[in-house]
Design a protein around this ligand. Structure first.
Ligand code: NPG
Length: 368
C-alpha cells in the first residue's frame, strides 16, 4: 500500500456532562481525526490525546505537530507500507505513542477495508458483543454521586468505576457500596497517591472492589509492587503500561495483577494486542480502557475487547454517555453490552453531517 495523503481534522465535541478526575476536568473534547488516503482505500484514525498533558505527557497539539514534522514524512518515504510496518518505520521517533497510534489505526483501517476484513477478526476477537462498564467522575457531593451511579445502573451498566483522589475516596466508595451491595465496583486514582498513603488505601479493602487502578505515579513500579503486597484489593495499572514489555516487567515485579489496555497509550491496536497476549500468557486478566473516544475510537476499542483475555468489563460506554451526537452512528447499550462491528475495517459509517458540524479545521498533507 502507498500512503498518498493524510487528512488532519480537528473537531470539538462537547461532553454531555463534565468529567472530573484527579488531574482535571474535561467538558469539551478537542480531538484530532486522521484519515489515511492510500492507493487502495481510505482509513480513519482517532487521536484521543487530551488537550493538556495532565494524564500523560502527550496532548493533542503536540500529537498533531509530531505527526506533521516527524511521523508522516517517514511514512510517506516508506515504499510499501503495511499497518504492521508502521511501528517499525516510526521506531526512530522516541515516545509519542498516542500520535503513532492514531496514524497506525488509520493505515490499519485502510488495509482491512481494502481486503474486507473487520478489525475484530484481524485482532483475534472471539465474541460478538462486549460487556461495558462506565467511569464516573468526581462529583460535587456524595448524594449527587449516588444519583449519577443510580442513573447508569438503571441504564444497564453492569460495572461502575469511581474516580478517586485524596479527600474523595473512602467516604464516597462506602456510600456507593452501601447503596449498591452487589454492584461490580472499581476505583481509579490516576496516580494521585504516594506510597505513604498505603495504610489509607487499605481502608478500601472492605468494599470488595474488583480493583484499584493506578494509585501511584506512572514510573513507580516498585511502589506499586509494595503497595500490592499490602492491599487485598487487586492493583491494576493503566498509565504505567506503555508497551508489551512494560506490561511484562510490571507483572514480573508483582506491581499489578490486572492490566488496563488502552491502544492509544501503548502506541496502537497492534501493540495493544501484544499487551493482551503477554498478560494472557501470565494469567493476568485485562480490560479495555477508554479515553472518551468518538464512535471511531470506540469501534476499534470494542473490536479489541472481543479478544479472549478481556475478561473484565471495559470503560466502553454507549455513545450517549459521552456525546449528544457522535460522528458515527451511535453505539447503543443492549443488555449491558455493545455489539462488535462486523463490517470491513472499523465497520462504522461516519455521519458526514455531524462531522462537518463539529469540524474546526481540516488540513491535507500530501505525499511530497
Ligand atoms: O469511558 O472513555 C471513558 C472514560 C474512561 O476514565 C476514563 N478515562 O483516566 O482512564 C482515564 C480517563 C481518561 C480520559 C484518560 C481521557 C485520558 C483521556
Amino acid at each position: 500500500m502507498r500512503l498518498e495523503a493524510v487528512e488532519l481534522r480537528r473537531i470539538r465535541m462537547p461532553l454531555v456532562a463534565p468529567f472530573r478526575t484527579s488531574y482535571g476536568t474535561e467538558t469539551m473534547r478537542d480531538v484530532l481525526l486522521v484519515r489515511a488516503v492510500t492507493d487502495q482505500c481510505d482509513g480513519r484514525g482517532e487521536c484521543c490525546a487530551p488537550s493538556e498533558p495532565l494524564y500523560s505527557s502527550e496532548y493533542v497539539d503536540g500529537c498533531e505537530d509530531v505527526l506533521r514534522r516527524h511521523l508522516l514524512p517517514r511514512l510517506f518515504a516508506a515504499p510499501a507500507l503495511t499497518a504492521a510496518a508502521v511501528a517499525e518505520v516510526l521506531r526512530p521517533v522516541q515516545g509519542h505513542r498516542m500520535a503513532k497510534a492514531a496514524i497506525e489505526m488509520a493505515v490499519l483501517d485502510a488495509e482491512l477495508t481494502a481486503r474486507r476484513e473487520p478489525f475484530a477478526r484481524h485482532l483475534g476477537g472471539v465474541r460478538d458483543a462486549v460487556a461495558c462498564g462506565v467511569a464516573v467522575g468526581i462529583q460535587e457531593s456524595v448524594p449527587r454521586l449516588l444519583e449519577v451511579v443510580q442513573g447508569y445502573v438503571d441504564e444497564g451498566y453492569g460495572r461502575v468505576k469511581l474516580k478517586i483522589e485524596p479527600g474523595w475516596d473512602v467516604g464516597p466508595v462506602r456510600a456507593v457500596r452501601e447503596r449498591f451491595p452487589d454492584l461490580p465496583l472499581q476505583v481509579d486514582a490516576n496516580a494521585a497517591y504516594t506510597p505513604a498513603d498505603a495504610r489509607h488505601l487499605a481502608r478500601l479493602d472492605e468494599f470488595d472492589l474488583l480493583l484499584i487502578e493506578q494509585p501511584l505515579a506512572e514510573d513507580d513500579l516498585r511502589g506499586h509492587a509494595s503497595l500490592a503486597a499490602r492491599l487485598a484489593t487487586p492493583v491494576c495499572l493503566d498509565e504505567s503500561i506503555v508497551s508489551a514489555r512494560s506490561a511484562a516487567d510490571a507483572i514480573a515485579m508483582g506491581a499489578c495483577s490486572i492490566v488496563c489496555v488502552k491502544p492509544a497509550r501503548v502506541g496502537g491496536y497492534l501493540e495493544a494486542r501484544r499487551v493482551h497476549d503477554v498478560c494472557q500468557a501470565n494469567g493476568v486478566p485485562v480490560w479495555c480502557g477508554g479515553m472518551l473516544e468518538t464512535g471511531l475510537g470506540r469501534a476499534g476499542n470494542v473490536a479489541l475487547a472481543a479478544l479472549p483475555n478481556f475478561t473484565l468489563p471495559g470503560d466502553m460506554s454507549a455513545s450517549d454517555r459521552y456525546y449528544r451526537r457522535d460522528v458515527t452512528e451511535p453505539f447503543v447499550l443492549r443488555d449491558g453490552r455493545l455489539g462488535v462491528p462486523t463490517g470491513p475495517g472499523l465497520g462504522v459509517e461516519v455521519d458526514e453531517v455531524a462531522l462537518r458540524e463539529v469540524t474546526m479545521r481540516v488540513d491535507v498533507v500530501d505525499r511530497p
